[in-house]
Write a protein that binds this ligand. Structure first.
Ligand code: NAD
Length: 283
């Protein structure tokens, strides 16, 4: 029997908890305030930012937004980020990716102070994670850890295989699993014998961005499979995993949609709260 992990339900619970804790923060200076920065006209990015801003308001947090044209220069974006970084009512800053090609995303992200880095993508946040030190973690892998914990999946000593080594998902995912004492293997597009590698996994996280890459032959019977991929077909949303093949084969499986996706925004809210609480404790 394969159990589907209900990411929508778990995300709802996290969002309710965050809203409740936000309401308990009384001093106005420490009310969580998330600033979203959107550069250019990418339609999908505009939709994602609108969804994040709605979630922020629903959680009782302050929604601060800056929109810049696609012609914005590095200095224009840097100036906005620096202005937001200096404001005490802005407790979190999110620079929506991807940026227009002429901008250096890494350099701009690194202008966000680590304490306000609610996407967990600055070099400092990545360094804290690599060291196993406290810090803000990237939302998608943090959400996957919440899903695994909510389902009571044992991590210590488990063999976790992560397919994909991007800075956004694969790398931080591997480090977060390692932080919890899993034995971690990272596979990527140059990995030889992918099937043999993934088949050894007790927990398989797939973030390759290749529709239907993983099928039954890649999965040990009873394994936990987390599908991070999202691809729009003319009729549907599908993942990196051929879910229909895993029914009755995997132990636990995250569906697409309704698995990992809803967790990303929930963790953004959780990070924004965490950042505000840290500010409150340091003042
Ligand atoms: P990316 O393109 O930056 O990285 C893809 C990774 O997969 C690379 O490390 C690459 O080496 C590896 N890869 C590519 N082809 C492979 C193959 N054939 N075999 C093994 N490894 C292979 O992508 P990303 O930003 O990490 O995102 C991955 C997927 O997750 C995308 O579909 C993206 O849309 C999705 N995503 C979903 C969420 C969410 O909230 N659900 C969040 C972020 C990303």
């Amino acid at each position: 029997m394969t159990t589907l992990i209900d990411g929508k339900k778990i995300a709802r619970q996290i969002r309710a908890r965050v809203a409740e804790q936000t309401a308990q923060i009384t001093t106005s200076e420490a009310v969580p305030g998330l600033a979203t920065v959107l550069v250019g006209d990418d339609a999908a990015s505009a939709v994602y930012v609108a969804a994040k801003r709605r979630a922020i308001r629903e959680a009782g947090m302050q929604d601060i937004h800056r929109r810049l044209p696609s012609s914005a220069t590095h200095s224009d974006v840097a100036r906005v980020l620096d202005e937001l970084a200096a404001r005490s009512d802005v407790t979190g800053i999110l620079l929506q990716l991807p940026l227009p090609d002429h901008l250096d995303a890494t350099a701009l992200i690194d202008r966000i102070p680590a304490g306000k880095d609610v996407d967990g993508l600055t070099t400092t946040s990545a360094g804290l994670l690599a060291r196993g030190a406290l810090g803000l973690r990237p939302c998608t892998p943090a959400g996957i850890m919440e899903l695994l914990d909510a389902e009571g999946v044992p991590l210590q000593g488990a063999h976790a295989v992560v397919v994909g080594h991007s800075a956004l998902v694969g790398r931080p995912m591997a480090r977060m699993l390692l932080e919890r004492d899993a034995t971690v293997t990272v596979a990527h597009k140059h990995t030889r014998h992918l099937t043999a590698v993934t088949r050894a996994a007790d927990i398989l996280v797939v973030a390759a961005g290749v529709p239907g890459l993983i099928g039954a032959e890649h999965v040990k019977p009873g394994a936990v499979v987390v599908d991070v991929g999202i691809h729009r077909t003319p009729t549907d949303l599908i993942g990196d995993v051929r879910a229909e093949e895993l029914s009755g084969h995997a132990g636990l499986l995250t569906p697409v949609p309704g698995g990992v996706g809803p967790m990303t925004i929930a963790m953004l809210l959780a990070n924004t709260l965490q950042a505000a609480q840290a500010t409150q404790h340091s003042t």
